[in-house]
Design a protein around this ligand. Structure first.
Ligand code: S3P
Length: 168
C-alpha cells in the first residue's frame, strides 16, 4: 500500500498547529499526533516540569526522538522549538512535507494573553518579540510551504494544507 507523506505543521507557539491538526484529523480522516502531548505521555510529566527539572536541552532531545518515532502519522503538530535542532529538518523532510503556519506577532500576543503553560513565553515583551523574529527565520528555512493564517478560518487553513500535501 502506498502511504501518503506525513504533513508536519511547524510555527510559533499559538499559531494553531494542534487546533488545525485536530480539525484535519476529524475532517479529512488523517491520523494525528502532537509532539508535545506525546512527550508528556511518554515521560509522564508536563512540559513546564520537564523544563524545570531536566532543562530545555533535554526537552529538545525528547523532541528529536519523538519526531523519529512518530513517522506513520498523517499529520504531526510539532512544538514551536522543533526548528532549534537541525537534525529535525532531515527527519521531517525525509518523511513528509513541512508546512509553516505563519501567524503575526500581534495575533500570537492576543492568543497567548492568558497562557501560563509555555516556559519560553514567560518573559518580557521584548524577549518574546526577539524569539518570534529569530524563530520566523528558522521556520521559513525549515518549511517547504508557508501558509499565512491571520485572516483565515480553521476550515480554510485545513483545506489549503490538504491541497498543498496533495500536490506533492
Ligand atoms: C516551545 C513550544 C511549545 C512547547 C514548549 C517549547 C517553543 O509548543 O514545545 O513549551 O520552544 O517554542 P507549542 O508550539 O505547541 O506551544
Amino acid at each position: 500500500m502506498i502511504r501518503m507523506k506525513t504533513i508536519y505543521l511547524i510555527g510559533f507557539m499559538g499559531s494553531g498547529k494542534s487546533t488545525i491538526g485536530t480539525y484535519v484529523e476529524k475532517t479529512y480522516n488523517k491520523s494525528f499526533v502532537d509532539t508535545d502531548s506525546f512527550i508528556e505521555k511518554t515521560y509522564n510529566k508536563k512540559i513546564p516540569v520537564i523544563f524545570k527539572e531536566e532543562g530545555e536541552n533535554q526537552f529538545r532531545q525528547y523532541e528529536i526522538e519523538a519526531l523519529k518515532t512518530l513517522k506513520n502519522y498523517g499529520v504531526v503538530a510539532t512544538g514551536g522549538g522543533i526548528v532549534e535542532r537541525e537534525l529535525n529538518y532531515q527527519t521531517m523532510h525525509e518523511n513528509g512535507i513541512v508546512i509553516y503556519l505563519q501567524t503575526s506577532f500581534k495575533h500570537i500576543l492576543k492568543r497567548l494573553e492568558h497562557d501560563a503553560s509555555r516556559p519560553l513565553w514567560k518573559q518580557d515583551i521584548k524577549e518574546r518579540k526577539a524569539l518570534f523574529d529569530r524563530r520566523h527565520e528558522l521556520y521559513v528555512a525549515f518549511a517547504k510551504e508557508v501558509l499565512s493564517t491571520d485572516t483565515k478560518s480553521i476550515e480554510e487553513i485545513s483545506r489549503e494544507i490538504i491541497e498543498l500535501a496533495g500536490e506533492e
